[in-house]
Design a protein around this ligand. Structure first.
Ligand SMILES: [Zn+2]
Length: 151
């Protein structure tokens, strides 16, 4: 190789240039670089892959069933607990597991919001039923504007 400062030919493994004494700074990263991808490319075991897939599946189910509240909460909770197990076993979540956890979280939040929706919906329906009942009673009752059951 050549010195990065003076350009003279120097031994390939030289840390300093024998001619000018300049530190061959570029050499260190180049020497380390080939090892790094191997360290990052930790092979994903089938179990890890299956768990990531299952987190994603439960996350999708949790979100899909969030309108039913109970199933949404159950499925989302399964997704979240599997995501926690994944982190404990394999470290940081990677792509599919991460998406699965986000979907589980959204599913859980939507499920909780749906409780409010169904409560409001129930109140509206109950009022509508009461109004229909009252209208019916008013039509048949001897006393106009009477409430409660006819005897
Ligand atoms: Zn040099």
């Amino acid at each position: 190789m050549f010195c990065i400062k003076c350009g003279r030919q120097i031994p390939d493994d030289a840390v300093f240039c024998p001619a000018c004494g300049a530190t061959q700074g570029d050499q260190m990263p180049q020497a380390i670089a080939p090892n790094q991808p191997a360290a990052w490319k930790k092979p994903v075991s089938p179990e890890e892959d299956a768990l990531a897939g299952s987190i994603l599946t439960w996350g999708i189910l949790g979100l899909a069933f969030s309108a039913t509240v109970i199933l949404g909460i159950i499925f989302s909770a399964i997704g979240l607990s599997k995501a926690r197990r994944f982190q404990e076993t394999y470290g940081p979540l990677h792509h599919r597991a991460k998406v699965g956890r986000i979907l589980s979280l959204v599913g859980l939040i939507v499920s909780l919001v749906m409780i409010l929706f169904w409560t409001v919906y129930g109140i509206i329906i109950a009022h509508a039923v009461n109004l229909i009942k009252e209208a019916g009673e008013r039509g048949h009752s001897y006393y106009s504007g009477s409430y409660g059951w006819r005897t």
